[in-house]
Design a protein around this ligand. Structure first.
Ligand SMILES: [Cu+2]
Length: 149
């Protein structure tokens, strides 16, 4: 009897886990390099996810200079430069992020030493999606999110 009950519980546990929503893919991204935390780059310039995946991206601003803010903005293929060019006109009230269809995912401005988890669904169309920092003058902060089939 005890044995049977054990099997039932095991069966329930398996059934429950198979119906649970798929866990988000966790990605960590920072700013700067190991040697130079103030360098105007992302810690990685290439990220890869599967099309349509649930993603939880932890973005950390590694700078220690007060007032040095950064963001993470995912845009349509080939539109990195265009979105960075449109950023100054968006203004600080919009976190320097233009409200245009080319922008797919955006974080807020993250202060030095702070981090934020950005939850989003990866594009369903495979391709190379640029990510950029839209703070004016941070044009060297860019990378590619590779979306695979
Ligand atoms: Cu920046």
């Amino acid at each position: 009897m005890k044995k049977t009950l054990g099997f039932i519980f095991l069966g329930l546990a398996l059934a429950t886990s198979s119906f649970a929503a798929p866990a988000a893919v966790k990605i960590s991204l920072g700013t700067g390099t190991a040697k130079d935390k103030e360098k105007m780059v992302y810690s990685k310039d290439k990220l890869t996810v599967k099309a349509g995946a649930q993603v939880a991206l932890t973005f950390k601003n590694n700078s220690s200079s007060k007032g040095m803010t950064h963001n993470w903005v995912l845009v349509k293929p080939g539109k990195g430069q265009m979105v960075q060019d449109a950023a100054p006109a968006a203004g600080p009230g919009k976190n320097w992020t233009p409200e245009i269809p080319e922008v797919l995912v955006k974080s807020k401005l993250i202060d030095a030493g702070e981090s934020e988890e950005i939850a989003f669904t990866a594009p369903t169309e495979p391709g190379d999606y640029p990510f950029v920092c839209t703070f004016p003058g941070h044009t060297t902060m860019k990378g590619i999110l590779k979306v695979t089939k």
